[in-house]
Design a protein around this ligand. Structure first.
Ligand code: GLC
Length: 418
């Protein structure tokens, strides 16, 4: 009997060993992303006995997309699990496995809008991991010092930024700037610029129902002209090459009054080594003039399983663990990554660590989507044209009216109505 038990034990060890696989997951590396991805992956490895290699990817979303398209386009099984942007399901769907049968209903715990965004032709091609919306970070101490309210409109923001920047420079901080954001010619600029345009009620680039370009309108011209006026006055010219991390670097060093960024920046600005710890407030972005509205672009990342993986079930198990309530809570506490599971917005620990998750709940749930559903696999081309046109205006190479007229013509060619 004893020998039999031992041999069963040995056999099951052997079979566990032979089943253990090595998976590869691609994770983002903006802020604390890579570190948090590695931590959670290690927890899953420990639980299941499988090895996982974490592959870091470029920070700019569009560069990451180009890398993924290269890998997936060749049918390679080099990466089993991909971290994909909220605007990519329509671009990558044909390369991704349907997770619906494997998720067995847990997707219902997540925000329905994101699940529907990730469902292409009835297939759930990615599980929601974290959601994002553009936010306004501001220096509480500086607004208090100059007795200024939190600005409600872009016009009020520009005036406050100017006043504080000038006064702080006169007082000796010659590095101080009013407002930093994402101005590089990349996907992040499309997010910022969509916020400006929507805030002035200039539409969402393409009509959501017909896909026809709507961007060539006076409100959009006003939005881009306003933003171009910030460059070199309240915003350093170097913003034309800033992504999220460059903007955060300036703000976190104490050299900007306002910053536009995603929620991940909160946790980093509150670390002990941050020059602005306890001096930061977070609110919804301003309206475009008194008649405008507040607008935050919807961002966020999902986890998808490659159709070409040799370990589909195991890869899906890793995805379900990483997107679980347990891991989303850790990521919210340690990195201010917004959960995609609505119940976590009632979790007292999470709300304590990130007060704005509760205060700005509506900003997150009513964020404006980029026109990715309507342009499907053409989204990246549409966005690329939009960020280039915007960059030309910001850099003073073109006025907004001509840039948007040209953009309209180009979009008509690449995104014909359905
Ligand atoms: C953030 C958002 C993502 C967006 C990117 C642009 O990572 O979550 O959706 O595309 O920023 O830089």
């Amino acid at each position: 009997m004893k020998t039999r038990l031992i041999s069963i034990a040995v056999l099951s060890c052997l079979s566990a060993a032979s089943q253990a696989a090595t998976l590869k997951i691609s994770c983002g590396a903006v802020g604390q992303e890579l570190e948090l991805c590695k931590q959670a992956v290690a927890q899953w490895s420990k639980k299941t006995g499988n090895e996982v290699q974490v592959v870091a990817t470029p920070n700019d979303s569009n560069e990451r997309l180009a890398l993924y398209q290269q890998i997936l386009g060749s049918g390679s099984d080099k990466i089993d699990v991909f971290q994909i942007d909220v605007v990519w399901p329509g671009i990558l769907a044909s390369h991704l496995a349907d997770l619906k049968p494997l998720a067995a209903g847990v997707e219902k715990q997540h925000f329905a809008g994101i699940v529907s965004n990730n469902t292409v032709a009835g297939r759930l091609v990615a599980m929601p991991w974290f959601t994002d919306a553009g936010l306004l970070y501001y220096r509480k101490d500086l607004l208090a010092k100059y007795r200024l309210p939190v600005p409600d409109t872009w016009e009020a923001l520009a005036a406050a930024a100017r006043k504080i920047q000038d006064a702080e420079r006169a007082a000796g901080n010659d590095k101080m700037w009013g407002y930093v954001w994402q101005g590089r010619a990349y996907e992040g600029l499309s997010c910022d610029a969509l916020e400006w345009v929507v805030s002035y009620k200039g539409g969402t680039i393409l009509d959501a129902a017909t896909g026809k370009p709507t961007i060539n309108n006076p409100q959009a011209v006003k939005a881009l002209t306003t933003a171009a006026g910030w460059v070199g006055t309240i915003t350093p010219k170097a913003v034309l090459n800033y992504g999220e991390e460059e903007a955060r670097g300036v703000f976190q060093a104490g050299n900007a009054v306002f910053m536009r960024n995603w929620p991940y920046a909160w946790s980093l600005t509150q670390k002990t080594d941050s020059a602005v710890k306890d001096k930061v407030g977070v609110v919804a972005l301003p309206k475009g003039g008194a008649d405008g509205r507040r607008a935050a672009t919807l961002g966020g990342w999902q986890l998808a399983v490659s159709r070409y993986t040799k370990n589909q079930k195991l890869a899906a198990d890793l995805v379900l663990y990483l997107t679980s309530s347990e891991v989303q809570k850790q990521r919210a506490l340690n990195g201010s990554y917004n959960p995609t599971i609505s119940a976590l917005y009632r979790d007292p620990d999470i709300l304590k660590a990130n007060p704005f998750f509760g205060e700005l709940y509506n900003t997150f749930t009513s964020a404006v989507g980029r026109p990715s559903s309507v342009s499907r696999n053409r989204y990246n081309q549409v966005s690329n044209q939009f960020w280039n046109a915007t960059h030309d205006v910001l850099a003073g190479k073109s006025d907004a009216a001509s840039a948007l007229a040209r953009l309209d013509a180009t979009l008509k060619r690449i995104a014909p109505p359905k």
